[in-house]
Design a protein around this ligand. Structure first.
Ligand SMILES: Cc1cc2nc3c(=O)[nH]c(=O)nc-3n(C[C@H](O)[C@H](O)[C@H](O)COP(=O)(O)OP(=O)(O)OC[C@H]3O[C@@H](n4cnc5c(N)ncnc54)[C@H](O)[C@@H]3O)c2cc1C
Length: 425
């Protein structure tokens, strides 16, 4: 029987270790030094590096990468189970070597980079000696590649890049930026002359690339391969975000349940009020629906490919945002006035749900993908009536009993009588 919801005991032990490690080591670091993971200050590194070393000792570093790409090759299902734990803590992905946008960039470097490119950029990225960013979205065209204008023109032994990009996460602190041009993806060191990072926004950067010159070997993958590489990059990213959002939903749910049992109002503990119970019951069911969708998708990727699972990945993307929005809202509500402050993580979770709906392509685009792909499995009905039009189906079914009715007229009478009863109209 292959339909199995259990986790193998050895991996469960790893997950238990991760849960304890995050609670005892990662969360305290996050609460006191929330930006330490991306800082190069030796004092901060002295706090962060020992945690990374422990992760490496447990063989859990960069587990998103397949074996042939240089990772441990756990696959997406195990990654999903791990992300369900580490997704509770904002800095944990950095401690486990699986922080976006570096993960997606490493994936395409591993898959499409030359040996020289891997040595130069993949190894230091894997070791977090350098950081990267991904510049795709454009201010006039959002994430629709057909509207992109940023181009690279060959000039002798160099590419000359001109264009404008919007919302490049961590662009201003990255060492290298993967720039999606109309004719390919190029790796641009951030300090290259002509990389002009605008003052705003501060975290997701607006960057003008003005006559930026990079050597020919900074093109990643084939010329004109931008869309293929971008798809590969984003497919993985979307499912990983969905995995981590299960952790966020579960955290909000845990908080909601604890509070419901702790607070009294109008003569009883609020968990005994039916509308609070309804919020808990709906949240429980929605989180588990999301979880099963994500795990099934991860399993499908492991057993086929990201491409094969693209309809499921798209469904995970907008469902994760929706469940996070609903569950975190209910939790805030159950927390009352405390919920609307920033004294608990709930406000940030709720505010994160529209972000999830927009990033990695807006929900609408993914819903279109799902609807289009699903509809490929259907055809219009012939004639006026749908396939499930009951009078037509019943008439056809009567043929099955024609001989029996001919042999026994009572059966015919029963059929007529029952038809009149069900044909209320
Ligand atoms: C937190 C975060 C991090 C990000 N990081 C990066 C990054 O590192 N690098 C990068 O390049 N980009 C990044 N982005 C940008 C992201 O890819 C874009 O925000 C996203 O693709 C949408 O583009 P847009 O913001 O221009 O919205 P628009 O494309 O302007 O969409 C706005 C609205 O228009 C409607 N709409 C748009 N298209 C359609 C459609 N096809 N069908 C129906 N309705 C539609 C929807 O209601 C949509 O919400 C990030 C975004 C966020 C929020």
């Amino acid at each position: 029987m292959a339909w199995d919801f259990s986790t193998e005991p050895e991996f469960q032990e790893q997950l238990d270790w991760v849960a304890t490690f995050c609670e005892e080591e990662v969360e305290p670091l996050e609460l006191v030094f929330p930006y330490a993971v991306r800082m190069r200050d030796p004092k901060m590194k002295a706090l962060v590096d020992p945690l990374k070393a422990k992760v490496k000792e447990h063989g859990l570093w960069a587990i998103f990468l397949d074996k042939e790409l240089g990772g441990p090759g756990y696959g997406q299902l195990k990654l999903a189970l791990l992300n369900e734990v580490i997704g509770r803590y904002g800095i944990a992905p950095s401690i486990f070597g699986c922080q976006a946008p570096d993960t997606g960039n490493m994936e395409i470097l591993a898959a499409y980079g030359t040996d020289e490119q891997k040595k130069r950029w993949l190894e230091p990225l894997l070791d977090q000696e350098i950081f990267s960013a991904y510049s795709m979205t454009e201010p006039q065209g959002g994430s629709d590649p057909n509207l992109f204008k940023t181009t690279a023109v060959r000039d002798g032994e160099e590419w000359v890049i001109n264009g404008e990009k919007w919302f490049t996460s961590a662009g201003r602190i990255a060492d290298i930026i993967f720039v999606m041009c109309t004719n390919g993806i190029f790796i641009v060191p951030r300090d290259t002359p002509g990389v002009e990072i605008q003052d705003y926004p501060r975290t997701h950067d607006h960057i003008i690339y003005r006559d930026v010159r990079v050597p020919l070997d900074h093109l990643l993958g084939p010329e004109d391969g931008a869309k293929v590489l971008a798809q590969r990059r984003l497919g993985g990213g979307r499912i990983h975000h969905a995995m981590r959002s299960i952790a966020q939903c579960t955290r909000a749910f845990d908080m909601m349940c604890e509070r419901a049992l702790s607070r009294e109002s109008h003569g009883k503990v609020i968990s005994e009020h039916q509308m609070v119970q309804s919020a808990i019951a709906d949240s429980y069911a929605e989180i588990n629906m999301l979880r099963l969708l994500v795990l099934w998708t991860a399993w499908t990727i492991d057993n086929s490919s990201t491409q094969e699972a693209r309809t499921q990945i798209a469904a995970c993307k907008y469902t994760a945002a929706k469940v996070l929005r609903e569950v975190s809202y209910r939790a805030i509500h159950i927390f009352g006035s405390l919920g609307v402050t920033n004294l608990t993580p709930l406000q940030a979770m709720w505010a994160g749900s529209p972000t999830m709906s927009v990033m990695d392509g807006v929900d609408e685009v993914h819903k279109v993908t799902v609807a289009r792909n699903v509809l490929k499995g259907y055809a219009p009905h012939e004639g006026l009536w749908p396939t499930e039009y009951l009078p037509a189906k019943r008439a056809k079914a009567r043929a099955k009993f024609a001989d029996a009715m001919a042999a026994d007229p009572d059966l015919e009478k029963y059929a007529e009588f029952m038809a009149r009863r069900v044909d209320g109209h």
